[in-house]
Design a protein around this ligand. Sequence first.
Ligand code: X8Z
Ligand code: ZN
Length: 609
Amino acid sequence: MRSPRLRFPVLVALLAVLPALGLRGGASAAVDPPTAAEAESVLAAAEADLLALWVARDRAQWVQSTYITGDTEAIAAAANEAAIAAAMRFAKEAVRFDAVDLPLPLRRKLDLLKVALTLPAPSDPAKSAELARLAAGLEGAYGRGAYCPGEGRPCLDLGELSKRIATSRDPAELAEAWAGWHAIAREMRPDYVRFVELANEGARELGFADAGALWRSKYDLPADAFAAEVARLWEQVRPLYEQLHCYVRARLVEEYGSGVVPPDGPIPAHLLGNMWAQSWGGVWDLLAPAEAAPGIDLTPILRAKGFDEREMVRSGERFFTSLGLDPLPETFWERSMFTKPRDRDVVCHASAWDIDQVDDLRIKMCIEINEEDFQTIHHELGHNYYQRAYAHQPPLFRDSANDGFHEALGDTVALSVTPKYLRRIGLVESEPGADADLSLLLRMALEKIAFLPFGLLVDQWRWQVFSGEVGPEAYNEAWWKLRREIQGVAPPMPRGEQEFDAGAKYHVPANVPYTRYFLAHILQFQFHRALCETAGETGPLHRCTIHGSAAAGTRLEEMMRMGISRPWPDALEALTGTREMDARALLDYFAPLSAWLAEQNRDRQCGWR
Ligand code: X8Z
Ligand code: ZN
């Protein structure tokens, strides 16, 4: 049987080239040769329609995420379905102009239209409605997720379970919290299987092999070249990750014994202080180097100074305004969600919104007074400042240069939360000396370096799932294979195919691509280095803060203002002077730590079976 996947685009492409070939008459007589003027009018309609639909969708999704009920889920699903259906229509229309010579901005908008969707849907209305329902339901299930141990013990939400994972040092208690949370994803599994089928059907209507191929096509590069680019970046940083893994495993063996932590094997995932073992700062106390002066732990400082949630956000805003950027609008403070409501289910996973695409900026977080959330606030405000900077662009250009840029922006600013900055704003009295560098760098590495393989593997898994290389009968096996091979992490107990462990990570049920965070963890060091130079900072990168530098702010804003109007290498060049994503800035930042880790691990067998 002929594969249906290419039928539509092939037909459309044929119709588009027939006039160019001078083949008129017959079937082609009904199709006018597309002109630049026609492209312009199609794009004008697309931008007007999509903008209205996106705003309506975001309003509905905001309400769903801050008040999860069957009703808000249904309303959000309907709004999403309408936005997807329109975007599918315009993406198909864009193909008609593939062979037409057009001015650059028109060409770029048409190309963006073809790859804009994260969730492509089949044109069959019953199927597109089903897909939108599944998408809203999966995110809702994640938001409602809780572990209810029974026997009169209270249910625990992700916040409470995460606290336990970060603070308990009892392997049994840790395993219970870990398994308790991961059980929330079981019910998602059948829905996710269907979700993948339908998303792939939508992707094929657009001429892509599957939804993963569509995701990989958004980087101004052929999809395969992008995958190779990601692999290249990973190879640059993998040696440093393996050194960190080696050191951390050895310290955990000392704490828990080789019966719990295999000295030559992967690290059990429940012992790393984070539900997904994606960052390891939670077990800092087990890892602090004895010979180094301590770094700075912001959590007790924020609490001692009486910071509340709003003040943490205010503090983040003040960093951005110190760069010469405008304060957030009053509505940000009225409409954002900063704390977890006690009377309803919400999606606590942090996010940033620009509801009207003008200046209705908001964040949604369940802020806790601690260092991690202080960092996350800067991350989220970075999204808001980026959104505001490109709001003057036409709707199709209102996005970051690539999605890694969006994720890197606020993290870049957070890299400037250094001792010098903290002293300047009165959070510490004095800067620790150079003998604290090792602690400062190791703390940072537990966030940034530990994250890299996780940032990579979530989509390695999804790419395999979307392509069909991994079927539903092997979802969990494939997940743990990647976690073991790339991250060197193992499940705390055997996991069968009744489980759906990938679904216990927000971005899987919420269908948020994840490679963006891997890219962001590389890019933010490139950004940081360039901005430190612009700010005239000359010391080591990990001590640099761009706080108060209008020059750095201008440079940043110029890049952000471009939105996605140009290919991302142009934006990268505007900010850093280079057109390549490259991990050297990251490796330079951590160079002193690298040397120390290599020395620590000198007599150790690194790597894992
Ligand atoms: O999801 C996020 C942000 C929202 S875009 C809080 N991050 C990833 C995660 O939490 O898994 C930031 C770092 C990675
Ligand atoms: Zn983000």
